[in-house]
Design a binder for this molecule. Structure first.
Ligand code: NAD
Length: 242
């Protein structure tokens, strides 16, 4: 029960990594407010563990984000953790990226992180502090073909955590959690041979699981990581070491 009585907001919790973080945070004793645009996905997440409440929220909608955070404060009085896992992208190189796709990628990943942080930080400052964890990626630090907007957005999250850590530490900590290839619906469309080569390229010789990421998220949300802030935690099976 490493997160007993903590209140944790998780965006993108209707699927994949966000869902698994919501479940494992709840299993560790947290009250979890799970945000997503997909109602069915949220319902499936909430059914997996006690202590998860779903809220249909688009993280690019500042008013909806503020309202949900205010409702959470009214209900619990404090918020101790924020995980921003929601994302959207249409992977393309620069010359094939439309303005609409560029804006949408940056809006969900970066502006969503901004809106969530702006709503949650005053609550954390008014209480005993808290932890803010955007889900970044190996794309935050390495270059892969066809991911122009996504790589800009995920690199931007590194500036986000440094700014929060510097401006609002020591009471608020912020760490970007940066996975490599993780087996989620986002990766399931990827051809079998590409998945095999992803596994082969990692030193762990496998694709990661949402559980691998959730375990790291629980560590970052807990007091066990109290000396860690303003940085990233790479969780890529050794991919970036090669
Ligand atoms: N799967 C991987 O291999 C991998 C690797 C590195 C990083 N990541 C990162 O992990 C995070 C989760 O990825 P995943 O694989 O679980 O993806 P996923 O597609 O399974 O889940 C993403 C969720 O975000 C939600 N979402 C999209 N736009 C939203 C919005 N505007 N407001 C609220 N929710 C919204 C979707 O509905 C979906 O439920 C992402 O930030 C992704 O960049 C994933």
């Amino acid at each position: 029960m490493r997160l007993k009585e903590k209140v944790v907001v998780v965006s993108g919790a209707g699927s994949g990594i966000g869902r698994q973080i919501a479940i494992e945070a709840a299993e560790e004793g947290a009250h979890v407010i799970a945000l997503d645009v997909h109602h069915e996905g949220l319902a499936a997440t909430a059914a997996r563990a006690e202590g998860i409440e779903g809220a249909v929220v688009d993280v690019t909608n500042a008013e909806a984000v503020n309202e949900t955070i205010q409702n959470t404060v009214r209900q619990f009085g404090h918020i101790d953790g924020l995980v921003h896992s929601a994302y959207w992208t249409n992977p393309k190189p620069l010359l094939e990226t439309s303005t609409t796709d560029f804006d949408r990628t940056l809006d969900v990943v970066v502006k969503g992180a901004f809106f969530l942080g702006r709503a949650v930080i005053p609550v954390m400052l008014a209480n005993q502090g808290g932890v803010i964890i955007p889900i970044a990626s190996v794309h935050s630090v390495l270059g892969f073909s066809n991911f122009f907007a996504y790589q800009i957005a995920k690199a931007g999250l590194l500036g986000y955590v440094r700014s929060i850590a510097v401006d609002y530490g020591p009471s608020i900590r912020s760490v970007a959690l940066a996975p490599g290839g993780i087996d989620t619906p986002a990766l399931s469309d990827t051809a079998a041979d590409v998945r095999e080569s992803l596994a082969e390229k990692s030193l762990a010789k496998r694709i990661g699981t949402a559980h691998d990421v959730a375990r790291a998220a629980v560590y970052l949300l807990s007091d066990e990581s109290s000396f860690m802030t303003g940085t990233l935690l790479l969780l890529d099976g050794g991919w970036s070491a090669i």
